[in-house]
Design a binder for this molecule. Structure first.
Ligand SMILES: C[S@@+](CC[C@H](N)C(=O)[O-])C[C@H]1O[C@@H](n2cnc3c(N)ncnc32)[C@H](O)[C@@H]1O
Length: 364
C-alpha cells in the first residue's frame, strides 16, 4: 500500500492568501529591480557623487559624476519611486538624504550595502546556463561568472577583512600574540587575497600563503600584495583538493570556501593534515541550519538559497562535486569538521554580522 496521501479532488482555496501573495510578488518585483539599480549606482559612483550634494538637477548630478544625463535621469526615476532619493517636483531637483547615503557610499565602508546589491546582477548573468542545468544536471563553472571575484572581494572586505582585528582574531586565544611572534599561515580559497594581505601587513614577522583555483583571483591577489609592498605574502593557483604539505602550517584560514568545494570532506581532511600539532583552523561560513524548516525565519533565507542555486552549489557540481550549497548549515559543518579529525570546535557569531558564523579549532 502506498504511503503517499491521496490528493483531495479540489484543494481548499484561500482567497485572502492568494491576494496577499500577489501583493508580496509586486513588492518583490520592485525590490529586485531596485537591487539592480543600487548596483548600478554603486558601480557608476552615483551614490558617492550624490553624497553631501544639495538639491541638484539630473544634469548637474550627471556632470558631477561624469556620466550621461539621460541614463542618470532614468536611474533617478527608479531611485525616487523606490524612495531612495528625494525629489522636488517644482525645481526638478534630487537629493540623496544623509540617512540613506550612510549605507550606500564607499566612504562608509565597511557598511556599504550597495556592495551586496551587485550579487543580483552577477547571478543574473548566468541565468540561462542555470536553466539549462535544471534540465541536464551538472553545473556552471567559475569562468562563466562575470565579476564574481571582484564582487566577492568587495563583499568580504566589508564582512571579514574589516572585522579581522577587532572581532575575528580574538576568537582564538593567543592567536594575535602568535602572529606577532611570527608563524606560517595558509589561506585556502584566498580569492583576491584581501584578508591575507591585511594580515600580512599587520603581522610582518609572519609568512602568509594563499591558494586558489582561479587564475584571475590569484592575479588580483598578487597585484594587491605588490601594490601594498608586502614581501611576506604570496598567492598561487592551486586546487586544495590535492593539498599535501604535512604539518606545514601554524594557522589555516578558510573564509567562505568549504561549502563551494568539489570535495569538501577531502579538503577538510587535507587542512587537518597540513596543520602542525596544536595549530589553529579558523573557518568562516554562512550562518544557518542544515534543516530547511529551521531557516524559515533566516534573515536572508531566500538570498542564501538563491546564491546557492546560482553560484555556490553549481560551481561545485560543475566539477562533478558534492554541491553542498551555501545553506549546508552549521550542523553539517560541525559534523564534517569532526569527521576530518577536528575536536573541541568552538562556534561563534559576531554581534554585527548575521550572515556569517566562525568555527575555531586547534589540532590535537
Ligand atoms: C566564495 S569565494 C571566497 C573567496 C575569499 N576567501 C573571500 O572571502 O573573499 C570561494 C573561493 O574558493 C575558491 N576555490 C573553490 N574551490 C577551490 C579549490 N578546490 N581549491 C582552491 N580554491 C578553491 C574559489 O576560486 C573562490 O575564490
Amino acid at each position: 500500500m502506498s504511503k503517499t496521501k491521496a490528493a483531495p479532488e479540489t484543494l481548499p482555496f484561500d482567497e485572502a492568501k492568494s491576494e496577499a501573495f500577489t501583493e508580496r510578488f509586486v513588492s518583490a518585483l520592485n525590490a529586485s529591480s531596485l537591487m539592480m539599480m543600487y548596483s548600478v549606482g554603486h558601480r557608476t559612483g552615483l551614490f558617492d557623487t550624490m553624497d553631501g550634494m544639495d538639491w541638484s538637477t539630473s544634469s548637474r548630478i550627471a556632470e558631477a559624476a561624469g556620466l550621461n544625463e539621460r541614463y542618470v535621469r532614468e536611474w533617478l526615476g527608479a531611485m525616487v519611486t523606490g524612495r531612495v532619493v528625494d525629489y522636488d517636483a517644482t525645481s526638478k531637483t534630487y537629493r540623496l538624504p544623509p540617512e540613506h547615503a550612510r549605507w550606500l557610499t564607499r566612504k562608509v565602508s565597511p557598511e556599504n550595502l550597495a556592495v551586496t546589491a551587485q550579487w543580483i546582477s552577477v547571478l543574473g548573468g548566468v541565468e540561462s546556463q542555470i536553466v539549462e542545468r535544471f534540465r541536464s544536471g551538472g553545473g556552471v563553472s567559475y569562468e562563466c561568472f562575470e565579476r564574481f571575484h571582484e564582487t566577492m572581494a568587495e563583499e568580504s572586505a566589508q564582512t571579514v577583512v574589516a572585522a579581522l582585528h577587532e572581532h575575528i582574531l580574538p576568537l582564538t586565544n593567543g592567536l594575535e600574540e602568535e602572529l606577532e611572534r611570527g608563524i606560517k599561515v595558509l589561506d585556502v580559497g584566498c580569492g583576491s587575497g584581501r584578508a591575507a594581505c591585511a594580515l600580512a601587513k599587520a603581522y610582518p614577522a609572519s609568512t602568509f600563503l594563499g591558494y586558489d583555483l582561479c587564475e584571475d583571483a590569484v592575479g588580483a591577489a598578487n597585484a594587491l600584495a605588490r601594490e601594498e609592498g608586502l614581501s611576506n605574502v604570496s598567492f598561487h593557483v592551486k586546487d586544495i583538493t590535492g593539498l599535501e604539505e604535512p604539518e606545514a602550517y601554524d594557522l589555516v584560514t578558510a573564509f567562505d570556501i568549504v561549502h563551494d568545494q568539489k570535495d569538501p570532506a577531502t579538503v577538510l581532511a587535507n587542512i587537518h593534515a597540513v596543520l602542525k600539532p596544536g595549530a589553529t583552523f579558523l573557518m568562516q561560513d554562512i550562518a544557518g541550519s542544515s534543516h530547511l524548516e529551521k531557516n524559515l525565519d533566516h534573515p536572508i533565507g531566500p538570498f542564501g538559497y538563491t546564491i546557492s542555486t546560482m553560484h555556490c552549489m553549481t560551481v561545485s557540481l560543475a566539477q562533478g562535486g558534492a554541491g553542498l550549497g551555501t545553506m549546508w548549515g552549521e550542523e553539517l559543518a560541525e559534523q564534517m569538521l569532526g569527521e576530518a579529525g577536528f575536536g573541541d570546535i568552538s562556534k561563534h557569531s559576531l554581534e554585527h554580522d548575521f550572515i556569517n558564523v566562525y568555527f575555531v579549532t586547534r589540532k590535537k
